[in-house]
Design a protein around this ligand. Structure first.
Ligand SMILES: [Zn+2]
Length: 746
């Protein structure tokens, strides 16, 4: 362990326009050992280019020893300094107890030089001790301030070695006044610096009365709960990227002259940091002046965070006390039958084989939008079917005279069928009104005759029905709502929607019923996997003509239907087929279904809906789904279920980089399939490779490379899959290449 802190730096350009490279030796201790200093210095100088200048930095108490040392002939002979006046090239500097820096002749140091020495030195400690905590490509951090970042400054990392801590403390000496009552740190993790500062001051000026009180005020949260430090405190702030904390302290009447920020780095999208108090070390990278600086930090707001939304990285909170990333609460979910929401069984019972469930459906009114799952309730209207029985019961109970329907095709179809059934029953014909026409009628709707039945094919958030409910609120007669499929995002929302529609101002209730319920994510909160696939293929097409399979796939997604005369959306071409071209199908004994429908009747869309509703239900739970255990892909080894889970999962849920064990597991699974790509257990290999190549499923860099190698070796892989796999890149590999290029260090 070195008794000294030695670093190299470069001063401001001199008259020649060239910057002088220097090496500085800092001697922190009371006693100065010339032999040790010489050894340490000579050893250091072997590792760097010969400097133009040499500085010896210490405290006044070591003045004579250090000057004597700097004049040692044997030292000068060993120094690789260029020719010229040695006296000008070797310089001694001493801190006095007030932190003022003077040279050997007692002259105060040039402030510009001083700034270089301080910044270079502290930045060197910062970089070598890992002051910047960088997130791996799969995660990011939530700071105590609430901002999301991919890296943050942890000042405590920097404070490890005595000579280095003393070096930093020496630069704070000018701010420790005789009337200072206490030292307050924004985090307890830097309090060792405060203690070092006190000890240093005391050793330099034993007669001085100095505070011994060191506190931590706990950053933002502490300012709110415990209030600001008292006036005449010296405040040490570990780091600032937004300038908000120093600003808040100034707002609390704290004198900015007694505020020292250790590290400051500009934020990309933050406000330009105003100068509050004194900054020890600027970390901002500048091409010429500060090549070992750092790029600005990007503080993202929680709601609009690109790391969450675009890159889908997992969130790791940073503890406000210790500024240490908390252990990722990585819960790997193993899916079992009880995870199936209870509505799913009844939903499947009525819909399997009907084509109700469709994926990648784009509404005609808004073709740019893509419904991951769309439920076509009109498909349930088969004569004699269960929906028809439900409508008959409704007629029996409500005897509707007016049927108001929402304006989508399926709602119109259901209302029309309802009116036909009313007549067929020998009852007086009902008036059929569209939602829009009903709303245009003045309060009371003179043409509407009670009882009123309000029909919708799908009940999501109830927004359109709410308008109508306000309109019929004053209506004296009976009103009943009927939804063919209730598909709110959660039971709680469903209950709220129902409550809004059912309760009347006068305390009486409207009727309410649905035929089927299923809980699904809101389409606008998730990019459909087919939209992602489409984007990916379009991008690939720009690089060169697509292989026939990929071209056909892109056409399918752009047409948004499986054949010219089929209904919009996909039901059986959701997933890439097996290598032999076989469509992925459900084999017998579907783990998530107990009913009587044969598995052969299940479309891919039916299976996909089950996967989505299970994952959605887990995401809405009190301890939400974070990661899918890779073991799920062994438990459910039907290619179609694997493909459905892969596409239904969010990328963060397939981020296996967080634990080597899981990444290894997933790598083994993929390599196992690559070893026998034609085998039935490898049916979903194309889907796995697609998920891997697009970064939807992530492995550690090591495992990523293993899969790459295996793909290269696999001769049976068709050209289109090789092409896809060529797109696979790993963020850590990019970061590695970047670091190796040496463009920026630190
Ligand atoms: Zn985020």
């Amino acid at each position: 362990v070195s008794e000294f802190f030695i670093y190299e730096g470069a001063s401001a350009p001199g008259a020649s326009g060239l910057r002088e490279r220097y090496v500085l030796l800092f001697a922190p201790h009371n006693e100065f050992h010339p032999e040790q200093a010489e050894d340490a210095l000579v050893r250091f100088l072997r590792t760097v280019r010969a400097p133009d200048r040499l500085f010896f930095l210490s405290f006044e108490r070591n003045r004579s020893a250090l000057i004597e040392f700097s004049l040692r002939r044997q030292l000068r002979e060993r120094l690789p300094l260029g020719a010229g006046n040695l006296a000008e090239r070797v310089m001694c500097l001493f801190f006095d107890s007030a932190g003022c820096l003077r040279d050997g002749a007692g002259k105060e140091t040039d402030p510009v030089l001083l700034q270089f020495l301080r910044n270079d030195g502290i930045r060197t400690i910062f970089n070598s001790r890992g002051g910047m905590v960088q997130a791996r490509s799969s995660i990011h951090f939530v700071k105590p301030s609430g901002d999301h970042v991919d890296r943050f400054i942890r000042a405590a990392n920097v404070l490890q070695q005595g000579p280095e801590i003393t070096f930093i403390a020496a630069w704070i000496l000018p701010y420790l006044k005789e009337d200072t009552v206490a030292i307050y740190c924004d985090t307890a993790t830097i309090s060792c610096l405060a203690f070092c500062l006190i000890a240093l001051k005391q050793s330099l000026d034993p007669g001085i009365r100095i505070p011994l009180r060191v506190h931590s005020f706990g950053s933002y949260a502490g300012l709110t709960t415990a209030g600001p430090p008292p006036t005449r405190s010296l405040v040490l702030i570990s780091a600032s990227t937004t300038g908000r904390l120093p600003q808040q302290l100034t707002d609390h009447q704290l004198d900015s002259k007694s505020m020292v920020t250790l590290f400051r780095l500009q934020a990309i999208n933050g406000p330009k940091i105003a100068a509050h108090g004194y900054t020890l070390c600027d970390l901002d990278w500048e091409p010429e002046r500060i090549p070992k600086g750092h790029l600005p930090i990007k503080n993202e707001h929680a709601g609009t965070c690109a790391f969450c939304q675009t890159e889908r990285r997992s969130r790791i909170p940073i503890s406000p006390d210790t500024f240490i990333p908390e252990q990722a609460q990585e819960k790997f979910h193993v899916l079992t039958k009880p995870h199936r929401p209870k509505e799913v069984e009844a939903y499947l019972e009525h819909t399997v084989g009907t084509g109700v469930t469709r994926c990648h459906v784009r509404p005609i009114a808004n073709p740019a939008f893509d419904y991951e799952i769309s439920l076509d309730a009109a498909k349930l209207l088969a004569p004699g079917g269960a929906l028809e029985t439900a409508l008959m019961n409704l007629i029996e109970r409500n005897c509707p005279r007016t049927v108001i329907h929402l304006e989508d095709e399926a709602s119109v179809a259901v209302a029309t069928r309802l009116c036909e059934l009313i007549v067929a029953e020998g009852r007086p014909a009902a008036v059929m009104l569209s939602n829009r026409v009903a709303l245009q009628q003045p309060q009371g709707m003179p043409t509407a005759v009670a009882p009123i039945l309000i029909v919708t094919s799908a009940l999501v958030g109830g927004r359109r029905l709410n308008d109508l409910s306000r309109h019929v609120r004053g209506f004296a007669g009976s009103v009943e709502y009927f939804g063919v499929i209730g598909r709110a995002i959660s039971r709680a929302i469903y209950k709220e929607v129902k409550g809004n529609l059912v309760y009347r101002a006068d305390g009486t209730k409207n009727g309410f019923s649905t035929f089927l319920d299923i809980f699904l994510p809101r389409p606008e909160f998730r990019i459909s996997p087919w939209t992602s696939e489409q984007r990916f293929l379009r991008k690939l097409k720009k690089q060169g003509p697509l292989e026939p399979f990929l071209a056909a796939r892109l056409r399918l997604l752009e047409d948004g239907r499986e054949s010219v005369d089929s209904d919009p959306g996909l039901t059986n071409r959701l997933f890439w087929p097996a290598l032999d071209g076989k469509t992925l199908e459900l084999r017998e004994n579907f783990a998530f279904y107990d009913g009587d429908k044969p598995c052969s009747l299940f479309s891919q869309a039916d299976v996909y809906l089950v996967a989505v509703s299970i994952l959605h239900d887990l995401r809405m739970a009190d301890t939400p789904l974070q990661l899918l255990s890779p073991g799920n892909f062994d438990r459910f080894n039907d290619g179609i279920i694997q493909a459905a889970l892969l596409r239904a999962a969010n990328p963060a849920e397939l981020n296996f980089t967080l634990q080597d064990f899981h990444s290894d597991y997933m790598r083994d699974l993929i390599c196992f399939m690559l070893a026998e790509p034609g085998h039935v257990h490898s049916e979903a290999l194309p889907e796995f490779l697609f998920a891997w190549a697009t970064g939807h499923l992530r492995l550690t860099l090591k495992d990523h490379r293993s899969v790459s190698d295996e793909v290269t070796r696999c001769a049976a892989l068709p050209g289109y899959l090789k092409r896809i796999c060529q797109q696979a890149s790993h963020p850590d590999a990019r970061a590695e290449a970047f670091a190796q290029s040496g463009a920026l260090s630190g």
